[in-house]
Design a protein around this ligand. Structure first.
Ligand SMILES: [Zn+2]
Length: 154
């Protein structure tokens, strides 16, 4: 745990407000080194997935030439939303530190609690209309994957 890395994430979040982005910043580190940073660019880039954590993960993976960030840690200026939390798991980051809480974010209009609530529901109970379609045909890709002997596991 290194407060200097968190201060960097916080500084990024403050600067990003001045630069037209949302008030979020993230830093990915390995040991004593900053590997990559990210800020929220949702409105600036017209990209709803351009949250600070996802942006930092993309940059770190590109820099290190890997899809697996084991050995790295993320410092984020705010407790992550479900998308970013999922991305942090998929990236295999060793550890996460956050500053603002999701309740602090909700207080200023960034309330992701509805997504957490939706995740707990079965698809037929969610606000997002979701229906299973053509599963039998789609399973072919899964059979191919299972049979493939030279795949890159992740
Ligand atoms: Zn997020």
């Amino acid at each position: 745990m290194n407060e200097a890395f968190m201060r960097k994430a916080i500084e990024l979040s403050i600067d990003n407000v001045k630069n037209g982005g949302g008030p979020f910043g993230a830093v990915i580190v390995r040991g004593d080194d900053i590997i990559a940073t990210g800020v929220n660019r949702v409105t600036a880039n017209n990209d709803p997935t351009a949250h600070a954590e996802v942006s930092a993960i993309r940059a770190a993976c590109e820099k290190l030439g890997t899809f697996n960030l084991e050995g790295c840690e993320i410092y984020t200026s705010c407790e992550p939303c479900p998308m970013c939390l999922g991305a942090i798991y998929w990236a295999h980051l060793d550890r996460m530190y956050y500053a603002n809480t999701k309740h602090d974010a909700a207080d200023i209009g960034f309330d992701d609690s509805f997504i957490y609530e939706e995740i707990a529901l079965t698809p037929d109970k969610r606000r997002l209309v979701s229906r299973e379609l053509l599963r039998d045909e789609a399973l072919q890709a899964f059979r191919d994957w299972t049979a493939k002997t030279d795949k890159t596991e992740y």
